[in-house]
Design a protein around this ligand. Structure first.
Ligand code: BTN
Length: 227
């Protein structure tokens, strides 16, 4: 039985995906807002845009069940970045919420939501980085206890904070602002330009040859830094 204020953690050795496990638990009435689903490995881990999230043992794979919120994509990235910073990892956020160190990806976030409840799935490379252009906490010389990190992310995610506070803290950790970007905004819309801002709704503002466009969701690539 969890103590007052402690989250309920649904812990698995192996699941297809903690996102799916969380959905099943919610649908079965066995989980609620505030709960966490965590697994040692995933056999069918999922990333954004239908990508595969390779999930061997030694990584952090967790889904946090939280209230839906219009700034959740930014709030979730910020929560993970703050928890990682507390361990000494100099993490920044590639819009909207990739956790990056330099140009290398340390972790990613997949959010699935309805009007009231969201499942925030977070994957962080702790000891291994399954992809060649990624990194891990161990690569950075940081040793992390998974369960302690999961709880730290949870308390950051559940903390009350004003939208202005979230936006300021997010912008301060942005790896995207000021960069040349290509954003695939879906429905055949691709923007090439410079990331010049993040607005009050968390949208990325991209200055293209035709003016400034606001993108509410999409796949953002940074142009390589030359020199
Ligand atoms: C991305 O960068 O594409 C998002 C990756 C999200 C991976 C996490 S791991 C825990 C949760 N379960 C999943 O299947 N995906 C998310």
């Amino acid at each position: 039985m969890p103590r007052d204020g402690e989250p309920v953690v649904h812990s698995f050795d192996s699941v297809s995906s903690t996102q799916r496990a969380a959905r099943d638990l919610l649908e079965g009435g066995r989980a609620r807002v505030g709960d966490i689903v965590v697994a040692d490995q995933q056999t069918d881990g999922r990333g954004r845009f239908g990508r595969v999230w390779t999930s061997p043992p030694g990584g952090l794979y967790a889904t946090f069940i939280v209230p839906s919120d219009r700034l959740l994509a930014l709030r979730a990235g910020l929560a993970a970045a703050r928890a990682l910073e507390a361990l000494g990892a100099a993490v920044r956020l590639k819009w909207p919420n990739d956790l990056v160190v330099g140009e290398r990806k340390l972790g990613g976030i997949l959010i699935e939501a309805n009007a009231d409840v969201a499942r925030v799935g977070i994957g962080i490379n702790l000891t291994t980085s399954p992809l060649g252009d990624a990194t891990s906490l161990l690569d950075l010389g940081v040793r992390a206890d998974r369960d302690t990190l999961v709880r730290a992310i949870h308390s950051e995610l559940m903390a009350q904070e004003s939208e202005a506070g979230i936006l300021d803290s997010y912008r301060a950790r942005s790896a995207t602002l000021g960069r040349s970007v290509r954003v695939d905004a879906g429905a055949g819309r691709t923007l090439d330009g410079r990331a010049v801002g993040i607005d009050a709704l968390g949208r990325l503002l991209v200055e293209t040859r035709d003016g400034v466009d606001a993108v509410s969701s999409g796949d953002c690539l940074h142009a390589p830094i030359v020199g």
